[in-house]
Design a protein around this ligand. Sequence first.
Ligand code: AGP
Length: 609
Amino acid sequence: MCGIIGYTGHRPAVPLLLEGLHRLEYRGYDSAGVAFVQQDKISIVKSAGKLSALEAKLADHPTLLATSGIGHTRWATHGLPVEKNAHPHLSEDGSIAIIHNGIIENFLEIKEELLAAGHTFLSDTDTEVLAHLIGHEIQNSTSILEAFSHALKKASGAYAVVMIAKEDPNTLYAARMSAPLLMGVGTGENFVASDIPAFLPYTREVIFLDDAEIAVVKTDSWKIYSLEGLAPVQKSISHIPWDMQAAAKDGYKHFMLKEIMEQPRVITDCLSGRVINDSHEMRVQLHELDGLPIPRRLHIVACGTSYNAGLWGRQLLENVGGIPTDLDIASEFRYRSPILLPDDAVMVISQSGETADTLAALRLAKEKGCPVIGLCNVVGSSIARESDVVLYTQAGPEISVASTKAMCSQMTLITLMALYFAQRRGRKNDPLLHALCLLPNQLSEILPSLKKTAERLAIAFSGARNFFYLGRGQCHALALEGALKLKELSYIHAEGYAFGEMKHGPIALIDHDFPTFALALNNELFSKVRSNIQEVLARQGRIIALVQAEDGVLPDLNVEEMWVLPPSHPATAGFLALPALQLFSYAMADYLGKDVDQPRNLAKSVTVE
Ligand code: AGP
């Protein structure tokens, strides 16, 4: 997610903006920029890469006279991470500059209208379109505030936006819709930012903007208005007790916990602009795939958690999308001379977009003349740039080494792909699409209780030195992921296995000291899983069973711990089970005093073979 800071007050603005952006660096970014009003004009300095590159550029610019301005670190969602796409962006006439976090879903339609009106654009971003729209509205409005609100009402999607105007140099105009934005209230100075750390050393007095609110912030006053009708809004000021380190994690103890709890928003952002719900129908749109023939066979290739997401999604791509699909670990695929036929396609999944084995698999597929679809989170990453078609998961930067929200976003995108291919075959699956859209609220409701249960169970099972994670069908993929999380975070040996395979050898390991996490979600395989659970119980195996009530009735499994999830569509149950598995591993690692965000021996992106 982008970092945003605005300042207006009595100090030189630019050094403060840079300081604030440095405090937001943990969020991950690929370019940065500042804008400030000086000698009756707006100056903009921006650069690709890290803040040091921006600071080097600023060394040649006199900026100390400017006492208001805006600064931005960009996490690319539209347009490569290059200087022209960095924020801030100017209106056509240079009278206003904006910075933005979020996604303007209808920016293409707006851009076409403005192009027809003679506008010219310098970047590929949705943000520049918004800047031009505001500038256009100013021509037809009685005030900057009125123009700002008119433009925002025309834009749809998520935004946290801050603007400066040449005509009103010491005022910040800010607005939020589904993306965090807050004010820091100082003495003779005020701040606007996406995150508390940006201004915490200067003030702990904070006003949290809510959706569809506009703030007009001057050096010694501020006013909040509703977007609709510009009615004044009363807001209270909150005092922030956090220290800097805690604030970077929004008050969570670790980035991993923050990223697990972000998953409802991650699903919302991943669906943003891809589910069209107009008056008479719901449908999926994935324009990126429109030019690609429906593959005869899809080969999914990935590593680690991304591989587990692909395994989870294979069943949907086949059963819903009608696409024959197979799966390979990238480090195996790249050396086994795979046979790829002319109408096949390869799909590589990678959060970082830099995993060496996955990148090598992509290059091998292309050498064999096979089109490659990339599912990535990092815009402009190597895999994103070398894929023939790239679909971004839009999960925001994932800081913790253990991948959590990335898998949730990958599962969301694969489900959309299955529905998309079904649509192209003339088939619909409204119940699944509807269930997908319900997930953010469902997940928000259960995350706090999942966290509490995970903490209790982690303590109860903290003596275990081994763990089985067992499941069938899509739960087999979740079992692999749960085991991966436990072993990489708590260093407890954990093995994910297909439940039906246990009787072919591994069940010999079961005894009282080798507990099992059984994934027994409601689907057509439940009765088989119930039998497998009995086989484990017959050997004195301790079991935590992750289950769902059916019509309000819990399964009678006679296990030590029954962890109950709410009922759901069979194909979306995995989204409810995944955070339970993540939180159990998180709680175990935290209880055992491990380095949760930086586990030993691991890197966030494995860029070596
Ligand atoms: C998962 O928690 C690990 N961090 C690791 O397995 C990771 O998923 C794997 O290295 C793949 O990374 P990628 O998605 O960036 O390609």
